[in-house]
Write a protein that binds this ligand. Sequence first.
Ligand code: UFG
Length: 341
Amino acid sequence: MTQKRILVTGGAGYIGAHTAVELVQAGYEPVIVDDLSKSDPTLLNGIEKITGQKPNFQKGDCTHYEFLSSVFKTQGPFSGVMHFAAYKSVGESVQKPLEYFRNNIDSLIAVLEVMKEFGVRDFIFSSSCTVYGQPDQIPVNESAPFKRAESPYGATKQMCERILEDAHTTGFRIISLRYFNPIGAHPSANLGELPIGIPNNLGPYITQTAAGKREKLTVFGDDYATPDGSCIRDFIHVVDLALAHVKALEYLEKQSGTNTYQVFNLGTGIGISVLELITAFEKVTGVKLPYGIGPRRAGDIEKVYADPTKVNTILHWKTKFTIEEALLHAWAWEKKLPAKG
Ligand code: UFG
């Protein structure tokens, strides 16, 4: 039987690479495109170690229509597209708003246009809980109205969702997955988060500090209106997140006809504060983390966690891993990395 080929943009990145693995395990053939501007090709080796297959990797920029079109021509036909390629740092987006708007919006439009040209209709989009802004009610469900995004990054995700909502009626079948905060690594320790340069996200900052690569972790603010004053997030194991993408794709494949658009929260439903995550890491690993309290980071939301009822019910997906497992897996991955760099 011929395997269904799925284009995975941003597949050399943290979530994209974990999803490429799950696609292979589910019998699909991922074709990865990535410009490697924010990701390390090491993750491509990790995919190979886990699946035993060298990933089909095409280097290029997803904002370039011609590049994408040549990938569709030479590597297709694709039965679907998962679009992970985007800039993703809340803090950085406040410093570089134009880069974020150009990259995240342009790439979405280019990918959709090329899909249209080649008659590909199934599309999974990496959205984010940042689309909610600071929601009035938490846990937040998918019908909560969008508040003003706290960061340009969040605004790009709101705009992308609006584009998808409008464009889906032209023959697409689309699911937007609103990620909460992915952490952890593949249980094999062959794949994990590997940011280039200083990490923006909490997970890799914790493990790199524990490994001695960073002097100390700064907790951005302890004066929020939360029980311990630090921000609250819904940390979800990256493999659980990856598996949801396969479920979403299978759901789209079962739809009769076109013009489908669905959004789903991908979270555990449990809110954990930054300080609680630090304590949990110290407890499961036995490693003491040097940390201090710093000022709030511009663009941060105070607290958010998911109501995952919709995704549990419609996609029959639930998280399998605990936060402790996520932290242990992330630590096992970090320990396998070279001591420096
Ligand atoms: N934090 C620190 N110190 C750090 C890094 C982060 O205290 O060194 C705090 C942040 O202030 C925030 C929390 O840890 O309160 C989580 O921050 P991250 O940067 O890890 O994650 P964000 O919530 O800002 O954003 C992440 C991804 C987005 C995604 C979003 C969904 O970067 O792409 O989760 O919530 F959309």
